[in-house]
Design a protein around this ligand. Structure first.
Ligand code: FMN
Length: 167
């Protein structure tokens, strides 16, 4: 299979995997940074750890390379406005929507479904991205939320997922 076909099939595959949406945040030199991300995975229960994959071209990448901590805010369906604000704005303006508090020096979204504050345990560059491994140092889960879900380049109500994919 040629490289272009592999890439297209790969992108189509990823587009049709429903994914929870996260606001990854950190602080570097007193400045807050954040991006919307779907590339998150639980990694290990001992130690409790997760990983995220961040494009090296994003504004949060360099701060994450230097910061000792980051926060994974698991967005609920009610946090759509936060995701939209992150995509429409830059820098600290991204924190203009939603109630942002601070825990362990990290920006935490009070209304998020869950928040995981992590100590950066490892970083691994691969291709266009860097994998950041985070050891969880503080976790909060609120059980009153439906996850914000991204599928086929849009946010969907997961209880109404379509039977067929669009082409
Ligand atoms: C639903 C969704 C999921 C995304 N997932 C990721 C991701 O996992 N990793 C990543 O690096 N960028 C991801 N992005 C792209 C970043 O959010 C976007 O490139 C970033 O905000 C722009 O970079 P900037 O901070 O330099 O403006 C995603 C965007 C959307 C809308």
């Amino acid at each position: 299979m040629d490289k272009e076909t592999i890439l297209k099939e790969f992108q189509d595959t990823m587009r049709h995997i429903a994914a929870a949406v996260y606001a990854i945040t950190t602080v570097h030199d007193g400045e807050r940074f954040g991006i919307v991300a779907t590339a998150f995975s639980s990694l290990s229960f001992d130690p409790p750890s997760i990983l995220i994959c961040v494009n090296q071209d994003t504004s949060i990448h360099q701060p994450l390379m230097q910061a000792e901590r980051f926060c994974v805010n698991v967005l609920g369906a009610g946090n759509r406005d936060v995701a939209d604000c992150f995509m429409k704005t830059k820098g600290d303006e991204r924190f203009g929507v939603g109630e942002w508090t601070e825990e362990f020096g990290m920006p935490v979204l009070a209304s998020a479904q869950s928040t995981l504050i992590c100590r950066t345990a490892d970083r691994h560059r691969f291709g266009t991205h860097t994998v950041f491994i985070g050891e969880i140092i503080n976790a909060n889960h609120r059980d009153n939320a439906k996850p914000l879900t991204y599928y086929d380049r849009r946010y969907i109500d997961i209880s109404q997922a379509p039977d067929q994919v669009s082409s």
